[in-house]
Design a protein. Structure first.
Length: 227
């Protein structure tokens, strides 16, 4: 999955010389948590809601309300922005974005093209949307979670059984950390042929060296489905 297919391309930006008060109002009015900052048409940084909070005078500071508003109106975005924001390229993968966001403990990324021009914003919600669509959970798919040998060909054998039963495979996810030593845990979402789940379950259960950990279909109401 590529970032370019999931990022937001409608981008609000703010000039580095804009007052912090005006930038804060823009963020509040548009219900956003981050604003890319530009200077002379080039990406210069990013201002987040955290930057805003840190710029605001403490409630214990001995200044009155008028003084506080004056300070914020005089303070410029360039004075409080993060000047070296983490950026990824639009052709980087969504998986890479997830790793970066988790490791850096951030909830959004600026996305640039090969020339360094800002072309999008990627939020943690965008990453979640991408993974949700990739799994096929919203298509009413039936899921099998199985432990199998880590030997070459074990997944191919599973796919052969699914193919023989005319099941349509929507997604396959493999992990090792939650499987026994020498094994891998594979999660497969399928659309069984003509609803023949029982026959498929029986054949998978009879596979030697394959253990079904869980099986079933996630029930999602219309209100829970991602548009």
């Amino acid at each position: 999955m590529l970032i370019k297919d999931w990022m937001a391309t409608t981008i609000l930006t703010v000039d580095a010389n804009t007052s912090v008060m005006r930038a804060g109002r823009t963020m509040k009015d548009n219900n956003i948590r981050r604003l890319p900052v530009v200077a002379k048409g080039k990406l210069a940084g990013i201002m987040t809601d955290r930057d805003l909070k840190e710029a605001a005078p403490s409630s214990t500071t001995e200044i009155d309300l008028h003084e506080m508003y004056y300070l914020l109106s005089e303070m410029k975005v360039r004075d409080v922005m993060t000047t070296d924001p983490i950026c990824l390229k639009q052709y980087d993968t969504l998986e890479k974005a997830a790793v970066v966001m988790l490791n850096k403990k951030i909830s959004g990324l600026l996305i640039t093209d090969d020339e360094g021009n800002l072309v999008g914003l990627l939020s943690e919600s965008d990453v979640l949307r991408g993974f949700i669509h990739a799994t096929g959970i919203q298509d009413g798919a039936f899921q099998f979670v199985m432990d199998m040998s880590d030997a070459s060909g074990s997944v191919s054998r599973l796919i052969d059984v699914l193919r023989q039963n005319r099941a349509r495979v929507l997604s396959i996810l493999t992990s090792f950390d939650d499987a026994p030593t020498g094994s891998k845990r594979v999660s497969v979402r399928v659309m069984p042929y003509d609803g023949e789940v029982d026959a498929l379950m029986k054949e998978l259960s009879d596979l030697e060296g394959y253990t079904i950990i869980s099986q079933g279909m996630d029930e999602l109401s219309d209100s829970l489905k991602i548009k």
